[in-house]
Design a protein around this ligand. Structure first.
Ligand code: SF4
Ligand SMILES: [Zn+2]
Length: 392
């Protein structure tokens, strides 16, 4: 955002704070994302992002994974410091903090040297059968990543015999581009962050930039080209209670599984300088309970028993206050059981879990689903309850 836009946003905020109410003061309307994105575009924030070394990736690491046929394997994950997501340049999803890792001025040369660094630091991905190449946006979007770099990554990973996973927005999947990708790395996986299988939630809670219809079209294109479909769902988008999040995400999971080879449900974690971060700091948003994730898995597992679709849940920052969490005492056991389920697919993993906080969670759900409080009934779950009530 330029300085004019910032001062316009400040003026608007002042006016809103004064007396304009619904009618405004007659000045030109300012879009919500101009107001909410202001802090991310301050000179300090930009200079922080530009302090990153553009010739090095954000991170490279290895994790245990499963190949498409279910065989356990080791996967390398390479997160590149790219120009970021074209949707974020215009507006951006309410929860996405990927912009913290990107630089506007990354060149093709930088992208190649980041890729070389990743290969060198892992000895050509030694011991890996799978590789995830993430660019904080759409891998095959030409405005975000140079096509010659995309081509090199697709071909090299295919030549190395690695199963490749890349990410994309649904509307960036065009027949020509998907065909182009499939010709260079046959059978790779394209992961799409659908987040919610509901157009109102996509528009008003997530600000996703595409619709469920566009997602279906993208899935068809991927299938026609024999590519694998991975779908991300978001557990508890902003402006939604815990009870609604549990019911909605469970039904989205059941609905999208037949169209996906894998569904990965990401419980909300609060990333810095996002809209959700502002709500959270204002005590208007609470990250989900780990119990809700367990309940969602159990309910969906029953429905999807015969399905070949794999369900994955990795609670990022699980057990921490900015990630999905319980009371503090049982968190590590519940997170571990959820992680184990993602590998084994067995609900047995949850059998011996118990904690007194489970009854608080149940009460919160019941209240959410019976009292007319849109943002939910729950309170912060850590610390002394009396202090929390007294806190400003
Ligand atoms: S489409 Fe993906 S990368 Fe882009 S703003 Fe949304 S979550 Fe972030
Ligand atoms: Zn507990």
């Amino acid at each position: 955002m330029d300085n004019t836009a910032i001062s316009r946003a400040k003026r608007q905020t002042r006016v809103m704070g004064k007396s304009c109410g619904i009618m405004g003061d007659g000045s030109k309307a300012v879009k919500i994302h101009h107001l909410v994105k202001a802090p991310e575009n301050t000179p300090e924030s930009i200079s922080f992002r530009e302090s990153w070394d553009a010739s090095r990736p954000v991170t490279v690491y290895k994790t245990p994974e499963n190949l498409p046929d279910g065989t356990p394997c080791t996967a390398a994950t390479v997160i590149l410091r790219s120009k970021g997501c074209a949707w974020w340049w215009k507006s951006g999803c309410t929860f996405c903090g990927y912009f913290n890792d990107v630089r506007d001025d990354v060149s093709a040369e930088d992208m190649f040297s980041q890729w070389e660094y990743a290969k060198k630091s892992t000895n050509q991905f030694e011991g890996c059968q799978m590789i995830k190449v993430y660019t904080s946006g759409t891998f095959f979007e030409d405005r975000e990543n140079p096509p010659e770099w995309q081509e090199a990554v697709l071909k090299e990973t295919a030549d190395m015999g690695l199963h490749l996973v890349v990410e994309a927005q649904a509307q960036m999947c065009t027949p020509e581009k998907i065909e182009w990708v499939a010709a260079r790395h046959p059978g790779c996986t394209v992961a799409i962050g659908l987040e919610a299988y509901d157009d109102s939630v996509l528009r008003f809670h997530v600000n996703k930039g595409f619709t469920t219809k566009q997602w279906h079209r993208a899935v068809e294109m991927l299938r026609e080209n024999d590519l694998r479909v991975k779908t991300y769902l978001l557990f508890k988008p902003p402006f939604m209670s815990e009870g609604d999040a549990l019911n909605h995400t469970t039904s989205w999971l059941i609905d999208v599984a037949p169209f996906s080879d894998e569904v990965s449900v990401n419980p909300m974690n609060i990333q810095k300088n996002t809209i959700v971060d502002r709500l959270f700091r204002n005590k208007e948003y609470r990250t989900p309970w780990l119990w809700s994730l367990v309940e969602m898995i159990k309910r969906a597992h029953e429905h999807l028993n015969d399905s070949s679709c794999r369900i994955i849940v990795h609670p990022t920052a699980g057990g921490k206050i900015r990630g999905a969490h319980n009371c503090g005492k049982c968190d590590s056991d519940v997170v571990a059981a959820i992680e184990r389920y993602s590998v084994s697919g067995e609900t047995q993993e949850f059998k011996h879990l118990e904690c007194s906080c489970e009854s608080h969670w149940r009460a919160e759900l019941e209240n959410d689903l019976s009292l007319p409080i849109t943002l939910g009934y729950g309170t912060f779950r850590r610390g002394n309850p009396t202090d929390l009530v007294r806190a400003p």
